[in-house]
Design a protein. Structure first.
Length: 169
């Protein structure tokens, strides 16, 4: 089976672990231990177009690294990245943009998705303008609003990413 390493990046508390639990177990739990260093999970994505499944090896990293993650061995061999922010905390969106730029610099041309998480929260309503701006600056197809809590947007993001990885290989 085609296997691809995918980095999960983003500040602490934006929902990286919750997104992976939603993707893999279709569950949401209120509380997770914060990831120390790195946790590696594997998930097979079955594309809707009937093509072969792809194994994503998902590296859930400790958000404390910031953009210095790109200077560590954790990112070696990454095919793609899922870069996450919490839409109710603007500073995490700024950090997400920095991480996108860092990823593009370190891995030119490799696919990524920028996920604006927690759109289920009422505070997310005020951020529609900022989301539109971001979508414009990063390229619309790379940005998606999601919720690990309700599940909206999660599975699709990983399927689309897997399809993009396959097209580029
Ligand atoms: P990580 O540090 O990026 O891995 O973030 P976690 O997955 O540990 O999530 C941090 C907190 O945000 C936890 O209390 C989660 O329950 C909560 N959380 C994560 N995703 C969502 C979401 O989509 N909606 C809401 N309302 N809370 C979320």
């Amino acid at each position: 089976m085609l296997t691809a390493k995918v980095m999960l990046l983003g500040d602490m508390g934006v929902g990286k672990t919750s997104i992976l639990y939603r993707l893999i177990y279709n569950r949401f739990e209120g509380q997770y231990k914060s990831t120390l260093g790195v946790e590696i999970l594997s998930h097979d994505v079955v594309p809707a177009d009937g093509s072969d499944p792809m194994r994503l090896v998902l590296w859930d990293t400790d958000g404390d690294f910031g953009t210095q993650i790109f200077d560590t061995v954790y990112v070696t061999g990454a095919s793609a990245a899922i870069i996450v922010s919490d839409v109710t905390r603007p500073q995490t969106v700024t950090r997400m943009v920095e991480l996108v730029r860092g990823f593009e610099e370190r891995f030119p041309g490799r696919p990524y998705r920028a996920l604006l998480n927690k759109i289920d929260l009422p505070e997310a309503v005020g951020s529609a303008g900022a989301i539109a701006e971001l979508a414009k600056s990063l390229g619309k197809s790379s940005v998606k609003s999601v919720s690990a809590k309700t599940g909206v947007g999660i599975a699709e993001s990983f399927v689309e990413l897997a399809q993009t990885i396959r097209r580029r290989q």
